[in-house]
Design a protein around this ligand. Sequence first.
Ligand code: BES
Ligand code: MN
Ligand code: ZN
Length: 498
Amino acid sequence: MQTTVVVQALEEIDVDALVVVAFDKDSAGGGLGDGAAKRVDATIGWLSELYASGEFKGKSLETALLHRPPTFKARRLVAIGAGKPEKLTAAEVRKIAGAALRFLKPKGLHTIALALDEAFAGPASLAAAVEGAILGDYEPDQYKTDKSDAGRIDSFALLVPAVDAAIEAAARHAAIVAESQNYTRALATEPANAMTPTILADRARAMAAEFGLECEVLDRARMEQLGMGALLGVAQGSNEPPCLIVVRYRPEDDAGAGTHLALVGKAVTFDSGGISIKPSDKMDLMKFDMSGGAAVLGAMRAIAQLKPALTVTGLVPAVENMPGGRAQRPGDIVKTLSGKTVEVLNTDAEGRMILADAMTYARNLGCTHIVDAATLTGAIVVALGDIYTGLFPSEDAFALRVAAAAEAAGEKMWRMPVDDEFKEALKSTYADLPNVGNRKGGAITAAMFLKEFTSDAPWVHLDIAGTAWLDEAKPYLAKGPSGVPVRTLVRLATSWNG
Ligand code: BES
Ligand code: MN
Ligand code: ZN
């Protein structure tokens, strides 16, 4: 799908469907606002009749469709509800664009234009609309032989009052970010038989070559040599060899003032739980346990194109967690790359084991700041549902930076406590620490475990176990992988110097 930004009279635009945004009918001007909806109504009176009929109230993401509108070249006119105008945020515009596309796509239409009124045609709204359309267009259908039900949109035009350099740049930036988020979603959609650590490494190499990043993949032998006992312990129950994927972005002009950002993503290509095996109900979802790693690769894909002035290294520890004959057992003690020993009390707490070694390695490479993204705990799903990502920071300044990036990117995150009192739960009789605490505050004790492996660098842990996957479709997004937190990671890197 092609997204374009155009300046054209409403009547003249030649598309299968022209979409105008209509507000809540109880708002000023009776919902018609001051832009495209009002102009359409002045020409053919359709919208005021719609409101009067009570069939359409202008509530958020409500839709109405008119065939063969007189005087318009467009074959259909669509009104999409936007609620109250004063509540029209960039996040709402993202949803509107996605919902409009997903409303029209299964109808066999191929060309769409969305009119963005003066009130919300600035770069931020426009970027959100481009993102919404591209994200809305994604279907997790790479294995469907018949894709005809979903439909196919060829072009999505954004009609704006005027185009300038800022608008053009915002549209390009947004398209890169959203396409990278869809790249992440496509990786996460892959079933575990088609997404082993080796295959993920191949995909990372191909992506790096395409976008001019360096890529190095550490294999088992290399990791043994280095002493990554925690990561290797998780991998030993599977026939699939593990790896650590390292993707590097180096800016031409480093204004990052010595900052070297590490993005670390958990990539358990299938989490059976290992010997502490999971119940079979919904175990199929555990193919998604590489979503953090997929998000890091997606973010690096965008960063390579947007070229921020700061060094960024993506690290993706990739393993399969299986209960094979060589699997690690509860009670086993492993030595991490950091030198600390860990007693594996539960083989299903594997994410923190692989992240521990990857974060130590990031510090050894000279990374100064770390953000990790991981589908780490069921406990965060209980706490924050599938709406908010848990944000666990080691310090305020970096917490605020990441939270600001999330806010600007339109990804919901909630700050969680990282407090040494929770370390009481991480006591092992035989090793330096156990890999699990008790049942209390499970998402927090997982974060406390990770913090032991940051060597005191500013660090933020993002627990995306609830937000990486949509169990149900939204009007503006297909069900399946969400691609969270690609936009936040990219925004963090691109906004580093202000
Ligand atoms: N990948 C899971 C986390 C998860 C669980 C994500 C359910 C989505 C839904 C992780 O590896 C895991 O198994 N965590 C355990 C930790 C426990 C053993 C301390 C959990 O949350 O149950
Ligand atoms: Mn697990
Ligand atoms: Zn897991």
